[in-house]
Design a protein around this ligand. Structure first.
Ligand code: MTE
Length: 316
């Protein structure tokens, strides 16, 4: 299998998007966004959005061609904004992700409730280019802006009872019209085992393509866990809870035979209603054959050891 992750030291300078190209893209996006926030002058951007990283510093970069900004932001799963792929972009402007606060609770020594700006401030923002493989059989390659989940969790000093981390999406029908329909048991909840959460790969994302996170992609802050099916990457997070017991997660509770708690990308374990062996890369020409799905979405070198001795056909 080709190497799909590079550390910064492996990256050729020819691979790196130059800062001027990046800044042009950023300017383009500022013009293109309909969102009032992004149409506003730079002065109105949140403080943290003014310290975007240099893309050359990307700690993990998938080699694959990036999915276009348009595809990433117009083909979405975000049931709070509607159940079809095109609903989230249509309903995005009506969702106001400000003000925003995040509560950190449970088995840790430094819990608290934080305004988004204060929450993000301590962490180094970096670009992470990750492949996202949806359980439905499509995938994208997304240049996120975010920070290490592990670094963030450590600052709250989880105690020895913290075996899992649970994440919860905002529950507010007035801001999320989709929550008026009982298609899911709201609020959306996801979780990770603490050692999975402490792996260097998962991030809290606050932006993509060098700009703040579009509403339909989970503004203002979401999780990204690249070796798991996309439904683990919960959007618009308002609560993080350390717990001793395994969190009851939305899709797993709804259909445990179809959506496991682990949800590791695994071409050898089919979904009961379809194969997981291949995937369609969003943006590829319709005649292009589907590509093979890689174990752990190709991140096995970083994460396979987390599951040593586990039967992955049972713990899917
Ligand atoms: N988070 C919330 N709160 N609600 C959702 O419906 N959908 C999940 C995940 N996070 C979802 C969510 C699914 S199924 C996928 S594939 C990814 O978000 C899609 O992320 P994207 O739209 O940014 O590509």
């Amino acid at each position: 299998m080709s190497i799909i992750i590079k550390s910064t030291s492996d990256i050729k300078s020819s691979d790196i998007t130059s800062k001027s190209v990046y800044m042009d893209r950023r300017r383009f996006m500022q013009q293109a966004f309909a969102s009032s926030l992004l149409l506003a002058a730079d002065a109105m951007l949140p403080v943290w959005a003014k310290r975007w990283p240099d893309p050359a510093q990307a700690p993990f970069r998938a080699d694959d061609k990036l999915t276009s900004f348009e595809d990433i932001t117009s083909y979405n799963n975000f049931y709070e904004l509607g159940t079809s792929k095109t609903d989230p972009v249509k309903n995005a402007a009506a969702f106001n992700p400000r003000p925003w606060s995040i509560a950190v609770e449970g088995e840790c020594d430094k819990p608290g409730v934080f305004d988004l700006e204060d929450f993000i401030k301590p962490y180094a923002l970096q670009e992470y280019i990750y492949r996202l493989r949806c359980v439905e059989g499509w995938s994208m390659v997304i240049p996120w802006v975010g920070f290490s989940l592990a670094e963030m969790l450590k600052t709250f000093e989880p105690n020895s009872k913290a075996k899992y981390v649970e994440f919860t999406t905002l529950l507010d029908k007035s801001r999320f019209p989709g929550q008026s329909r009982r298609v899911l048991n709201w609020p959306y909840v996801e979780g990770l085992r603490i050692d999975e959460a402490m792996n260097p790969l998962p991030i809290m994302a606050v932006g993509l393509y060098g700009d703040i996170l579009p509403n339909q992609n989970g503004a203002p802050i979401r999780l990204v866990v690249p070796w798991k099916y996309g439904f683990k990457s919960i959007k618009s997070i308002v609560k993080i809870r350390f717990s001793e017991t395994r969190p009851k997660t939305t899709w797993n509770e709804l259909a445990p035979d179809e959506y496991g708690f682990y949800a590791n990308v695994n071409p050898e374990v089919d979904h009961p209603r379809w194969s997981q062996k291949t995937e369609r890369r969003i943006g590829d020409a319709f005649w292009k054959p589907k590509q093979k799905t890689a174990m752990f979405n190709g991140y096995g070198e970083q994460v396979a050891q987390l599951y040593t001795g586990m039967d992955l056909t049972k713990n899917f």
